[in-house]
Design a protein around this ligand. Sequence first.
Ligand code: G
Ligand code: G
Ligand code: MN
Length: 521
Amino acid sequence: MPLLETPLRHAVFSRRIIMFGLLFFALYCSLMLTLTWHDRELQHQQLLESSSLTLQKDLNSHQRLLSPLLPFTQTPCDSIGQELSSRAAIAGDLRTLLLVNNDHAYCSSTTGAFDLPVSDISAQVDTTQDSDIQLIKGTSFQPGKPALVMWLKTPGSAQSGVLTMMDLTLAPFQLMMANHPEITGIALENHGNAMTSWQSQLTPLNRLPAVPLHRLAVAGYPLEFTLYGSHLAARDYQLTALGGIPLTLMVMLIAWLALYYVCDPGKQILLAIKRGEFHVEYQPLIASASGAAYGVEALLRWHHPRQGMIPPDIFIRVAEKQNVIIALTRHLFQLVARDAKMLCQHLPAGTHMGLNLSPLHLEDEGFRQDVLKWVATMPENHFNYVFEITEHIMVREKNAEAIFSWLRQNDIRIAIDDFGTGHSALIYLEKYPFDYLKIDRGFIQPLSSDTLTSPVLDTVLQLAHKLKLKTVAEGVETREQEAWLINRGVSHLQGYLYSRPLKPEGLISWFEQHAALKIAS
Ligand code: G
Ligand code: G
Ligand code: MN
């Protein structure tokens, strides 16, 4: 996107930056949410693990507390009742501790001696097993409050052992999950029922939500913890968006600055200089009197890697506007000096070397220094230098006279370029000392075999003649134009009729061919 004008640049930038910002925001959010998702997954697993471990430890300690009672399942209630009550008191969360003999509970920590089949207390407990755990709807004292029944069988007996009913609440586990709004519920499942954090009654398993987040068994017990909810909470979405907005704005600003820097036309020209995208082509000039090659005009060319050739009138205008014309002209000096090393071996000594200079450079303080440096890098005493300067310089620069004199003192001739296209102030023609008047091709091109008249050009040439100025006609393309111009006393000619601007190698062979032609004719 080279050399876009400012308003267009802003429009293109804004669109690209907004697209970029939206893309960045979407990427940022999906990345952050994915990371949070994985984080939560891990946290949920850890929560379940620690819940399960806590319950497991709790149940283990109950087992340890109850096991010493197992040898006493034949002992009459009178003698063991006291021990039963004190053990129940130590455990704290035990509702009742019962001794069972032959599938009949006969001694209770709360009511002492009695007799009831175990199936009346909890239909599901299987007293033939070594141990069993069942969730029950409630106990006789607290019928509406679910409890956990634990059965431990006396080894070697048929259906004798210890049965205990303990309080069970999910509150401690809910507390552990208090920081996780994305967890909507926790359940503890056992056989066909579940205790849930959202209902005070037991819930049959088939009435639980279909898809749990995670589940984990309590090792060693027929119990399983289940988590419900989602991986991400509304808060996660809000925080991600809130973090993403300022970050996106910052990234957009950086991108805008970077794009502005890269697409700044002035910077692009400087970058093109650095990357060596400029080269110089040379267009030969002919002396009218002899028809011999007289000199060349150096013309800067920019070959952009993506955009191809960029016309010099565009990049010169931009370079002047963006204040990089001086850097560009210094680069031109370097390129010409580099080419001159080879050219001087093939082009005759005294060949005129014309360079186009911008008035902005002439006005610059470092101009003289730049010129002296350039001359020092050129082959010694080989070329006659001509600086082509547009007529604007005479109008705008108060010191034009001083600049012109200094140039001439340093053996540099001055040509007024594109004469007749700018603000021609004829008064300056007399006032300032210069050597050539380059007549713009706009005057030459209308001359055709049909209309070989041009009163304005006639007058200009007469004026130049009277002022004893040498004249160069630019853009000569036909023999008729050539004949007409020579007839009017134009001293030098330049145009496609003789040659297009050429690269150094082409210029050398053109000079060789032209010299041979001259000798032949
Ligand atoms: O041949 P061309 O299309 O390059 O010329 C277009 C215009 O660009 C001409 O007016 C010519 O003077 C100008 N130009 C070409 N090279 C340079 C240069 O090196 N410096 C300046 N200031 N103008 C140049
Ligand atoms: O303005 P200045 O004289 O620096 O510009 C020279 C310009 O004229 C260059 O762009 C060069 O390519 C172009 N030019 C040179 N000879 C001819 C020609 O015979 N016909 C046309 N159309 N352009 C020419
Ligand atoms: Mn020129």
